[in-house]
Design a protein around this ligand. Structure first.
Ligand code: FAD
Length: 825
């Protein structure tokens, strides 16, 4: 075995081998792949996956990764043997709700580039999948490019190709530890001795937590058992001729959490319809202790429901689902994470330790491509925020949380999930100091990053009374997770004032003699401004994409406060820390959990604040985009920032967590005569979109640069910053091909939810990045990137929602207060 390699990959399943293959594609061949099992049927999840791929996904990234994976699997063969069968995918609906969902899913396929999908009647579905009983379904969604692959053969083919290009593969080698010094990996310890290396890529599948722990890298996933049965032969398949490995489409019956595929003269049936069975890491078997380690004893009772339902839907399978050969019924394990996403990227804890974990066969080749691009070029070409290895708060990596959430992901794997659907457990993990007040006002809570966040308040119900807007009669999908109070809170913020609990915003203090130089290098806007200045800025990728989007506030000569979204907080923190050079005297301290944060916003905000502070809060005394310490009653110090995410006059107020109650009560009392209300996240989101504020992760991310996103105003060309060269090339290259555009839906009653396809001239030209109802302007608002020629006010487009196209119009933005007069009042 080699004693050194530039890159060591742990794991030769579909992910590890695809990564090795893609590294060679980028010219990197000094690579050693180690696996404890035999090559290439290693005994991991890949070894028994039926290889089914459904590409449609509500995540644009996952959808594209699946398409990329299919393209690669389709391109390889093993000694002339075909590995991929694009027999098509059929997602059936047994309930009216699912039928509606299938329309939405077809919308995703259009948004994200999966071609020629169709909605079928039951009879048309049977034309594709002849054993299906049409009486059991209401219809189906057909995806011609879905299918199934010979997974182990695909891995073998990719592995051999990588081997031919110079990669070393070793089976039967257990990685037992890592040589980590000075925060960086220098080698790998194995049962066959040490291997020196510069970087490691952990692709250890459901063993990830164990392997990660050896390096001090949390990999929050849980191994859950999933049932798969290969039926006895089915006489109706006797007549198949030619290559029978796969001829009929793969079928998903999501209302019962089941899937099916024909293979030769029998079917494979996958069953998620049982209580999740978790295998703790110490209970995972070693090689040699019986069947392959990823297989657990078959639990026949868990298959009962599945058997009944399958017999109903595919009558010819009845009596053939309890095969006598024991190896045809299996409980196989694979990985589930707390939020269902993969875990990918370089660990924030140890330099040189990369992970690519919790990845399905469906996305493996595509995801492996992204991670190796990231390793080689500093950035993947796709936005991988939803898979970022450093996105988890520490509590989200605790075993209790990981198991609870991982099990729930398993249960929900095929569920119809509304974007605002909430987990029921674990809840109340992180409470802001205003929680009791929120409860008192009848808050409806959503959870985000563990925080309980009010979405609206029942106490505001009276404000809805008398409102005769069309939107107050919202129904259906759009009415879920919504209440008319949302609209009322929006309007009251614009007309009077509201208190928004923004404590979950992530806050970091960046301090030290080199803090300014560090931030100036990292961020595209000018950071060197007088103490008390607030700067909205982006940090860019080497190709000019938006890696962070946040505000930096100069608190002192050598002290800066960074405020960013709660959802992206850990990602932003890890990235910022990673940019620090060893020679730089900079410390970055997280303050999120120790500071309350309140937004006091609305035209009456000044009148209210004046009553509880002696500070001069006039426009001259406390101008827009400035910050300083003030007292609010006895609450002192309060760091006040004159900025607002809702487009109204107001302040963000930060102070000691323990004094939260007191400041709330003081402001509440002072606001009594000014119509002050508490407002929630629903109003917040619609206020921000009306004002055209972009949301990182949706409207902007690493695949979009500030110029196409309409954020060029926050770039200072008179200074140097990371990504400048790339951005200059974009600026000077004739401008971007597409631009983020604001569109309003013509019918004032129509609301869409996001990710819908946008049509122009009979073609899909974009998809919706953000959507909300603009209660002040009386229209549904959507944002999306349009070809530059279409991104001009007046262009007529259509937004498809549940299969219906709604006339919409590109408009000037922002829709609310375009001159910013209300902010600067
Ligand atoms: P694995 O294939 O598990 O590979 C990890 C490798 O790491 C193993 O070979 C292991 O031996 C090695 N390793 C771990 N620790 C060490 C160590 N310390 N030293 C050396 N080597 C180590 N997905 C789909 O997309 N479509 C499907 O149809 C599908 N069906 C499935 C059906 C079943 C029954 C199961 C269980 C899973 C299914 N999946 C499916 C999920 C899919 O199989 C997995 O997500 C995927 O195979 C994971 O690939 P991997 O390379 O990450 O992991």
């Amino acid at each position: 075995m080699r004693e050194r390699a530039q890159t060591v990959i742990v794991g030769a399943g579909i992910v590890g081998v695809s990564a090795a293959y893609h590294l060679t594609d980028l010219g990197v061949t000094d690579v050693l792949v180690l696996d404890q099992g035999p090559l290439f049927e290693t005994g991991g999840s890949t070894s028994h996956a039926p290889g089914i791929i459904f590409q449609t996904n509500g995540s644009r990234t996952l959808s594209r990764l699946a398409q990329d994976s299919v393209a690669l699997y389709d391109s390889v063969d093993l000694d002339g043997e075909r590995c991929w069968y694009g027999v098509g995918g059929l997602e059936v609906a047994a309930t009216p709700e699912r039928m509606e969902e299938l329309k939405r899913r077809q919308g995703y396929s259009r948004s994200f580039g999966i071609e020629d999908t169709e909605l079928l009647t039951p009879a048309e579905a049977v034309d594709k999948s002849p054993l299906l009983d049409p009486r059991t379904i209401l219809g189906a969604y057909w995806i011609p490019s879905d299918g199934a692959g010979k997974t182990v053969k695909t891995v073998t083919a990719l592995g051999r190709e990588a081997q031919a290009r110079g990669v070393g593969f070793e089976g039967g080698v257990i990685v037992t530890g890592f040589d980590i010094r000075d925060g960086r990996v220098h080698g790998v310890q194995t049962t066959r001795g040490p291997v020196e290396c510069e970087r490691v890529l952990i692709c250890a599948g459901f063993w990830g937590p164990t392997v990660g722990a050896m390096a001090g890298v949390p990999i929050p996933l849980v191994a859950v058992q999933h049932q798969l049965v290969w039926t006895d032969p089915i006489p109706e398949l006797d007549g198949l001729a030619g290559d029978t490995w796969a001829q009929q489409p793969v079928v998903r019956h999501q209302d019962m959490s089941l899937y099916f595929r024909q293979r030769e003269d029998h079917f494979g049936i996958g069953n998620y319809r049982h209580e999740p069975i978790v295998t703790p890491q110490p209970s995972i078997r070693r090689h040699g202790d019986g069947p392959m380690p990823s297989l657990m004893p078959w639990t026949p009772d868990d298959f009962d429901l599945c058997e009944d339902e399958t017999a109903r839907m595919f009558p010819s399978l009845e009596g053939r689902m309890r095969p006598s050969a024991p190896e045809r019924s299996l409980n196989g394990m694979f990985s589930f994470t707390p939020d269902g996403g993969s875990v990918v990227g370089e660990s924030a804890a140890v330099r040189g330790v990369w992970v690519c974990e919790a990845v399905w066969v469906t996305h493996a080749a595509g995801m492996a491509r992204q991670v190796v691009e990231w390793m080689e070029t500093g950035e993947p070409s796709y936005d991988l925020a939803e898979a970022d290895a450093n996105r988890f708060y520490p509590f989200q990596t605790s075993p209790a949380y990981v198991v609870e959430r991982g099990k729930q992901q398993y249960r929900e794997v095929y569920d119809i999930l509304h974007p605002l659907q909430q987990p029921t457990t674990p809840r109340n993990l992180r409470l802001t100091p205003f929680h009791a007040r929120h409860r008192g006002l009848g808050a409806e809570f959503l959870t985000g990053a563990g925080w309980e966040r009010p979405q609206w308040f029942r106490a505001n119900h009276d404000l809805v009374g008398g409102v005769t807007h069309e939107w107050s009669r919202r129904a259906g999908w759009a009415a879920r997770g919504w209440s008319p109070e949302v609209g009322a809170e929006h309007l009251a913020t614009r007309s009077h004032a509201a208190l928004f609990d923004i404590t979950p915003f992530a806050k970091f203090d960046v301090a030290g003699p080199d803090a300014l130089a560090f931030l100036e290098r990292v961020f595209a806007n000018r950071i060197d401004r007088p103490v008390g200045s607030i700067v909205y800025t982006a940090a860019l990728t080497p190709t000019g994409g938006i890696r962070l989007d946040l505000t930096v506030i100069r608190k002192d000569e050598e002290l800066f406060r960074v405020v960013t979204g709660g959802g992206s907080g850990q990602h932003d923190l890890a990235w910022l820390r990673r940019q620090c050079r060893e020679s730089e005297r900079v410390t970055i301290t997280e303050r999120t959990g120790s500071l309350f944060a309140l937004g006091l916003w609305g035209p009456r905000a000044r009148d209210i604040l004046r009553q509880v502070t002696d500070a001069d809060v006039s426009d001259d005394g406390f101008p827009y985009l400035t910050a300083r310490y003030i007292d609010v009653g006895e609450v002192s110090p309060v760091w006040a920032q004159r900025i607002s995410y809702v487009g109204e006059l107001g302040w963000e107020l930060y102070g000691q967590f323990a004094m939260g109650d007191r400041i709330w009560d003081l402001l509440w009392e002072a606001g009594r005569d000014h119509g002050l209300i508490a407002a929630g996240g629903g109003a917040f989101d619609s206020l921000r979109l009306e004002k055209g504020y972009r949301l990182w992760g949706q409207d902007i991310h690493t695949e979009h640069d500030p110029i196409e996103a309409g954020l060029g105003f926050a770039v200072r060309w008179d200074k140097d910053f990371q990504g400048r060269e790339a951005l200059e090339a974009i600026r000077d290259g004739g401008g971007p091909a597409e631009r983020l555009a604001c569109m309003t839906v013509d019918d004032p009653r129509t609301v869409v939810m996001g990710k819908e396809p946008v049509w122009h001239d009979g073609k899909v030209v974009s998809y919706v990045t953000s959507a909300a109802y603009g209660y002040s302007i009386g229209r549904g608002i959507v944002y999306g990137y349009l070809p530059a020629a279409l991104a001009v006010p007046g262009t007529l487009v259509e937004v498809e929602y549940f299969g219906v196209r709604h006339a919409s119009t590109v408009t000037d933005e922002p829709l609310w207060d375009p001159k910013g007069e209300r902010l600067k009042a």
